[in-house]
Write a protein that binds this ligand. Structure first.
Ligand code: ZN
Length: 350
Protein backbone atom coordinates (compact mmCIF):
# COMPACT_ATOMS: atom_id res chain seq x y z
CA UNK A 1 0.00 0.00 0.00
CA UNK A 2 1.56 3.29 -1.11
CA UNK A 3 1.37 6.21 1.29
CA UNK A 4 2.12 9.75 0.13
CA UNK A 5 2.13 12.29 2.94
CA UNK A 6 3.65 15.34 4.59
CA UNK A 7 3.68 13.96 8.15
CA UNK A 8 7.22 14.96 9.03
CA UNK A 9 9.11 18.11 10.00
CA UNK A 10 8.91 20.43 7.00
CA UNK A 11 6.19 18.38 5.26
CA UNK A 12 3.85 20.24 2.90
CA UNK A 13 1.65 18.48 0.34
CA UNK A 14 -1.90 17.77 -0.75
CA UNK A 15 -2.59 14.68 -2.86
CA UNK A 16 -5.26 15.70 -5.37
CA UNK A 17 -5.67 12.50 -7.42
CA UNK A 18 -3.94 9.22 -8.14
CA UNK A 19 -4.50 7.66 -11.59
CA UNK A 20 -2.54 4.42 -11.77
CA UNK A 21 1.09 5.48 -11.76
CA UNK A 22 0.28 9.20 -12.02
CA UNK A 23 0.11 11.20 -8.82
CA UNK A 24 -1.35 14.71 -8.96
CA UNK A 25 -0.09 16.92 -6.16
CA UNK A 26 -0.52 20.46 -4.90
CA UNK A 27 1.50 22.38 -2.36
CA UNK A 28 -0.26 23.97 0.59
CA UNK A 29 -0.19 27.75 0.76
CA UNK A 30 -1.88 27.83 4.18
CA UNK A 31 -1.86 31.50 5.31
CA UNK A 32 0.37 32.76 2.49
CA UNK A 33 -1.24 35.51 0.46
CA UNK A 34 -0.62 34.98 -3.26
CA UNK A 35 1.29 32.12 -4.85
CA UNK A 36 4.42 30.44 -3.48
CA UNK A 37 6.26 27.29 -4.45
CA UNK A 38 7.39 25.28 -1.42
CA UNK A 39 6.43 21.62 -1.10
CA UNK A 40 7.92 18.52 0.53
CA UNK A 41 6.48 15.00 0.74
CA UNK A 42 7.30 11.44 1.67
CA UNK A 43 6.46 8.27 -0.29
CA UNK A 44 6.32 5.00 1.60
CA UNK A 45 5.61 1.50 0.35
CA UNK A 46 6.39 2.09 -3.34
CA UNK A 47 9.32 -0.33 -3.61
CA UNK A 48 9.90 -1.45 -7.18
CA UNK A 49 7.29 0.94 -8.61
CA UNK A 50 7.79 3.76 -11.11
CA UNK A 51 5.60 6.76 -10.40
CA UNK A 52 5.08 10.11 -12.10
CA UNK A 53 4.51 13.04 -9.75
CA UNK A 54 2.79 16.06 -11.26
CA UNK A 55 2.95 19.47 -9.61
CA UNK A 56 1.84 22.89 -10.83
CA UNK A 57 3.78 25.59 -12.60
CA UNK A 58 6.93 26.98 -10.93
CA UNK A 59 7.22 24.07 -8.56
CA UNK A 60 10.30 22.20 -9.84
CA UNK A 61 13.83 23.57 -10.20
CA UNK A 62 16.49 23.12 -12.89
CA UNK A 63 17.84 19.85 -11.53
CA UNK A 64 14.58 18.17 -10.61
CA UNK A 65 13.36 17.67 -7.04
CA UNK A 66 15.67 17.34 -4.07
CA UNK A 67 15.68 13.71 -2.85
CA UNK A 68 16.54 12.33 0.57
CA UNK A 69 16.21 9.05 2.48
CA UNK A 70 16.77 10.52 5.94
CA UNK A 71 15.79 14.24 5.76
CA UNK A 72 19.45 15.06 6.39
CA UNK A 73 21.40 14.29 3.20
CA UNK A 74 19.87 15.62 -0.01
CA UNK A 75 20.71 15.31 -3.70
CA UNK A 76 19.09 16.46 -6.93
CA UNK A 77 17.16 13.81 -8.87
CA UNK A 78 18.27 15.36 -12.17
CA UNK A 79 16.58 17.26 -14.95
CA UNK A 80 12.96 16.47 -15.64
CA UNK A 81 10.27 17.53 -18.08
CA UNK A 82 7.90 20.43 -17.36
CA UNK A 83 5.92 20.31 -14.15
CA UNK A 84 6.43 16.65 -13.31
CA UNK A 85 9.09 14.10 -12.47
CA UNK A 86 9.33 10.34 -12.64
CA UNK A 87 10.94 8.28 -9.90
CA UNK A 88 11.79 4.61 -9.98
CA UNK A 89 11.74 3.26 -6.45
CA UNK A 90 14.45 0.70 -5.79
CA UNK A 91 13.54 -2.63 -4.15
CA UNK A 92 14.87 -1.37 -0.80
CA UNK A 93 13.52 2.17 -0.98
CA UNK A 94 10.67 1.87 1.46
CA UNK A 95 10.71 5.59 2.34
CA UNK A 96 11.85 8.44 0.08
CA UNK A 97 11.47 12.18 0.64
CA UNK A 98 11.07 14.67 -2.20
CA UNK A 99 11.10 18.45 -1.95
CA UNK A 100 11.26 21.65 -3.95
CA UNK A 101 14.78 22.19 -2.59
CA UNK A 102 17.15 20.76 -0.01
CA UNK A 103 15.55 21.01 3.41
CA UNK A 104 17.49 21.71 6.58
CA UNK A 105 16.17 19.73 9.51
CA UNK A 106 16.36 21.47 12.92
CA UNK A 107 18.03 18.28 14.24
CA UNK A 108 20.97 19.11 12.00
CA UNK A 109 21.45 22.40 13.85
CA UNK A 110 21.41 20.64 17.23
CA UNK A 111 23.88 17.98 16.14
CA UNK A 112 26.13 20.72 14.68
CA UNK A 113 26.18 22.46 18.08
CA UNK A 114 26.84 19.16 19.83
CA UNK A 115 29.71 18.37 17.45
CA UNK A 116 31.24 21.80 18.08
CA UNK A 117 30.67 21.67 21.83
CA UNK A 118 28.32 24.67 21.74
CA UNK A 119 25.49 25.08 24.21
CA UNK A 120 22.21 26.17 22.67
CA UNK A 121 19.83 28.48 24.49
CA UNK A 122 16.13 29.36 24.28
CA UNK A 123 15.29 32.62 22.53
CA UNK A 124 11.62 32.42 23.55
CA UNK A 125 8.57 30.21 23.27
CA UNK A 126 6.88 30.24 19.87
CA UNK A 127 3.18 31.00 19.40
CA UNK A 128 2.56 27.25 19.48
CA UNK A 129 4.59 26.86 22.66
CA UNK A 130 7.73 25.38 21.10
CA UNK A 131 11.14 26.28 22.49
CA UNK A 132 12.82 28.48 19.84
CA UNK A 133 16.56 27.79 19.86
CA UNK A 134 19.35 30.34 19.73
CA UNK A 135 23.08 30.32 20.23
CA UNK A 136 25.74 32.75 21.44
CA UNK A 137 29.38 32.74 20.34
CA UNK A 138 32.09 35.03 21.70
CA UNK A 139 32.15 37.71 24.33
CA UNK A 140 32.65 41.44 24.14
CA UNK A 141 31.11 44.88 23.96
CA UNK A 142 30.08 44.68 20.30
CA UNK A 143 26.98 42.82 19.22
CA UNK A 144 26.43 40.93 16.00
CA UNK A 145 23.10 39.31 15.13
CA UNK A 146 22.76 36.48 12.61
CA UNK A 147 19.27 35.29 11.66
CA UNK A 148 17.84 32.74 9.27
CA UNK A 149 14.35 31.53 8.36
CA UNK A 150 12.38 34.71 8.87
CA UNK A 151 10.65 32.99 5.96
CA UNK A 152 10.15 29.41 7.04
CA UNK A 153 10.79 27.60 3.75
CA UNK A 154 14.07 29.35 2.93
CA UNK A 155 16.45 26.61 4.01
CA UNK A 156 19.50 27.58 1.93
CA UNK A 157 20.09 30.25 4.60
CA UNK A 158 20.36 27.52 7.25
CA UNK A 159 23.23 25.82 5.40
CA UNK A 160 25.01 29.19 5.14
CA UNK A 161 24.48 29.75 8.86
CA UNK A 162 25.98 26.33 9.61
CA UNK A 163 29.23 27.43 7.90
CA UNK A 164 29.25 30.74 9.78
CA UNK A 165 28.80 28.94 13.11
CA UNK A 166 31.58 26.45 12.28
CA UNK A 167 34.00 29.23 11.41
CA UNK A 168 33.21 31.46 14.38
CA UNK A 169 33.15 28.55 16.85
CA UNK A 170 36.77 27.77 16.00
CA UNK A 171 37.85 31.43 16.01
CA UNK A 172 35.34 33.90 17.46
CA UNK A 173 35.43 37.59 16.60
CA UNK A 174 37.38 39.46 19.23
CA UNK A 175 35.47 41.79 21.48
CA UNK A 176 32.12 40.76 19.99
CA UNK A 177 29.23 38.61 21.04
CA UNK A 178 27.28 36.98 18.23
CA UNK A 179 23.66 35.93 18.60
CA UNK A 180 22.43 33.26 16.18
CA UNK A 181 18.73 32.70 15.62
CA UNK A 182 18.70 29.77 13.19
CA UNK A 183 14.90 29.43 12.80
CA UNK A 184 13.15 32.75 13.40
CA UNK A 185 9.81 31.31 12.23
CA UNK A 186 10.36 28.07 14.13
CA UNK A 187 6.70 26.96 14.02
CA UNK A 188 6.69 27.49 10.26
CA UNK A 189 9.89 25.48 9.79
CA UNK A 190 8.57 22.55 11.84
CA UNK A 191 5.07 22.63 10.32
CA UNK A 192 6.32 22.99 6.74
CA UNK A 193 4.74 26.37 6.04
CA UNK A 194 5.73 28.63 3.18
CA UNK A 195 6.18 31.41 5.78
CA UNK A 196 6.51 33.99 3.01
CA UNK A 197 3.80 36.66 2.81
CA UNK A 198 1.82 35.30 5.73
CA UNK A 199 -1.46 37.06 6.49
CA UNK A 200 -1.52 39.80 7.81
CA UNK A 201 2.27 39.98 7.46
CA UNK A 202 5.19 37.59 7.79
CA UNK A 203 8.02 37.53 10.34
CA UNK A 204 10.19 39.73 8.16
CA UNK A 205 7.61 42.52 8.12
CA UNK A 206 7.07 42.37 11.85
CA UNK A 207 9.77 44.78 13.08
CA UNK A 208 7.14 47.26 14.18
CA UNK A 209 6.40 48.90 17.53
CA UNK A 210 4.25 45.94 18.43
CA UNK A 211 5.52 42.73 16.83
CA UNK A 212 3.00 39.91 16.35
CA UNK A 213 5.50 37.09 16.67
CA UNK A 214 7.30 36.24 19.95
CA UNK A 215 10.56 35.50 18.10
CA UNK A 216 10.64 38.98 16.56
CA UNK A 217 9.72 40.52 19.90
CA UNK A 218 12.66 38.67 21.51
CA UNK A 219 15.10 39.77 18.76
CA UNK A 220 13.93 43.40 19.12
CA UNK A 221 14.40 43.28 22.89
CA UNK A 222 17.88 41.79 22.47
CA UNK A 223 18.78 44.42 19.87
CA UNK A 224 17.59 47.17 22.21
CA UNK A 225 19.51 45.81 25.17
CA UNK A 226 22.77 44.71 23.54
CA UNK A 227 22.86 46.83 20.38
CA UNK A 228 23.53 45.66 16.84
CA UNK A 229 26.91 46.68 15.43
CA UNK A 230 26.35 44.27 12.55
CA UNK A 231 23.24 42.34 11.49
CA UNK A 232 22.92 39.61 8.89
CA UNK A 233 19.75 37.89 7.76
CA UNK A 234 20.05 34.78 5.61
CA UNK A 235 17.34 34.19 3.01
CA UNK A 236 16.51 32.32 -0.15
CA UNK A 237 15.12 34.36 -3.06
CA UNK A 238 12.23 33.56 -5.41
CA UNK A 239 11.95 30.11 -7.04
CA UNK A 240 14.37 30.63 -9.96
CA UNK A 241 15.53 32.76 -12.88
CA UNK A 242 17.88 35.74 -13.26
CA UNK A 243 19.42 36.96 -10.03
CA UNK A 244 17.41 34.33 -8.12
CA UNK A 245 19.93 31.76 -9.36
CA UNK A 246 22.81 33.60 -7.66
CA UNK A 247 24.14 34.56 -4.27
CA UNK A 248 23.52 38.24 -3.63
CA UNK A 249 23.53 40.94 -0.98
CA UNK A 250 20.37 43.02 -0.73
CA UNK A 251 21.74 46.54 -0.46
CA UNK A 252 19.12 48.36 1.54
CA UNK A 253 20.48 51.90 1.96
CA UNK A 254 21.98 54.33 -0.56
CA UNK A 255 23.80 56.25 2.23
CA UNK A 256 25.83 53.18 3.17
CA UNK A 257 26.94 52.37 -0.38
CA UNK A 258 30.65 52.51 0.47
CA UNK A 259 30.17 50.12 3.40
CA UNK A 260 28.38 47.67 1.15
CA UNK A 261 31.23 48.04 -1.36
CA UNK A 262 33.80 47.31 1.34
CA UNK A 263 32.00 44.24 2.60
CA UNK A 264 31.24 42.84 -0.85
CA UNK A 265 34.92 43.17 -1.85
CA UNK A 266 35.95 41.25 1.28
CA UNK A 267 33.38 38.53 0.62
CA UNK A 268 34.54 38.18 -3.00
CA UNK A 269 38.13 37.81 -1.86
CA UNK A 270 37.24 35.12 0.70
CA UNK A 271 35.27 32.87 -1.69
CA UNK A 272 36.98 29.50 -2.23
CA UNK A 273 36.76 26.93 -5.03
CA UNK A 274 34.44 24.74 -2.98
CA UNK A 275 31.99 27.56 -2.17
CA UNK A 276 29.02 28.83 -4.13
CA UNK A 277 30.27 31.69 -6.25
CA UNK A 278 29.64 35.31 -5.30
CA UNK A 279 30.08 38.53 -7.26
CA UNK A 280 29.15 42.01 -6.06
CA UNK A 281 27.76 42.64 -9.55
CA UNK A 282 24.74 40.53 -8.56
CA UNK A 283 23.99 42.59 -5.46
CA UNK A 284 20.48 44.00 -5.46
CA UNK A 285 20.42 47.83 -5.51
CA UNK A 286 18.40 49.80 -2.95
CA UNK A 287 15.05 51.38 -3.79
CA UNK A 288 14.63 49.03 -6.73
CA UNK A 289 11.67 46.73 -7.47
CA UNK A 290 10.79 44.83 -4.24
CA UNK A 291 13.81 46.23 -2.38
CA UNK A 292 12.11 49.11 -0.55
CA UNK A 293 12.33 50.24 3.08
CA UNK A 294 10.05 48.09 5.22
CA UNK A 295 9.65 46.71 8.72
CA UNK A 296 12.14 43.92 8.00
CA UNK A 297 15.07 42.85 10.17
CA UNK A 298 17.88 44.11 7.93
CA UNK A 299 16.48 47.54 7.15
CA UNK A 300 15.35 48.32 10.70
CA UNK A 301 18.72 47.13 12.07
CA UNK A 302 20.71 49.12 9.51
CA UNK A 303 18.64 52.20 10.42
CA UNK A 304 19.75 52.08 14.04
CA UNK A 305 22.40 54.67 15.02
CA UNK A 306 24.62 51.97 16.59
CA UNK A 307 24.60 49.81 13.46
CA UNK A 308 27.55 49.84 11.10
CA UNK A 309 26.01 47.51 8.52
CA UNK A 310 23.04 45.15 8.26
CA UNK A 311 21.64 43.34 5.26
CA UNK A 312 19.97 40.23 3.91
CA UNK A 313 22.04 37.69 2.02
CA UNK A 314 20.05 35.74 -0.54
CA UNK A 315 21.25 32.32 -1.65
CA UNK A 316 19.70 30.50 -4.59
CA UNK A 317 17.67 27.30 -4.25
CA UNK A 318 19.21 25.63 -7.30
CA UNK A 319 22.03 27.80 -8.70
CA UNK A 320 23.12 27.44 -12.30
CA UNK A 321 24.55 24.67 -14.48
CA UNK A 322 28.13 25.75 -13.66
CA UNK A 323 27.42 26.53 -10.00
CA UNK A 324 24.85 24.06 -8.70
CA UNK A 325 23.62 24.35 -5.15
CA UNK A 326 24.64 21.65 -2.70
CA UNK A 327 24.56 21.60 1.09
CA UNK A 328 28.37 21.44 1.21
CA UNK A 329 28.82 24.46 -1.08
CA UNK A 330 26.36 26.54 0.91
CA UNK A 331 28.09 25.60 4.17
CA UNK A 332 31.44 26.62 2.65
CA UNK A 333 29.86 29.91 1.55
CA UNK A 334 28.99 30.44 5.20
CA UNK A 335 32.60 29.87 6.26
CA UNK A 336 33.76 32.38 3.62
CA UNK A 337 31.09 34.82 4.78
CA UNK A 338 32.22 34.52 8.41
CA UNK A 339 35.84 35.23 7.43
CA UNK A 340 34.65 38.32 5.52
CA UNK A 341 32.74 39.47 8.62
CA UNK A 342 35.89 39.03 10.73
CA UNK A 343 38.00 41.03 8.27
CA UNK A 344 35.37 43.71 7.98
CA UNK A 345 35.27 43.95 11.73
CA UNK A 346 39.05 44.42 11.90
CA UNK A 347 39.50 46.65 8.86
CA UNK A 348 36.62 48.96 9.69
CA UNK A 349 38.06 49.18 13.20
CA UNK A 350 34.67 48.61 14.66
ZN1 ZN B 1 13.11 35.64 2.60
Amino acid sequence: MIRIHGDFIGGNIRVSEIYGDRVLLQNELRDTVGDWFYWAFCVEGAEGRELRFELGQNRIGYFGPAVSYDLCEWHWLGKCEGNSFVYHFGENESRVYFAHHMLYHPARFFSLCQRLGLQTDELCKSRKGRSVPCLYIGEGKRSIIFCARHHACESTGSYVMEGIIEELASSPIENARSLFVPFVDFDGVVDGDQGKSRYPHDHNRDYTDEPLYPEVRAICEYREKHGSTLGFDLHSPWHKGGVNDKIFVVRNMCEKAHRFDEFSALLESEITESSMKYSHTNDFPPLTAWNQPSANFAYTTNSRPDCRLAFSLESAYFGTEDDRVSGAKLVELGRCFARAVKKYFLEAEI
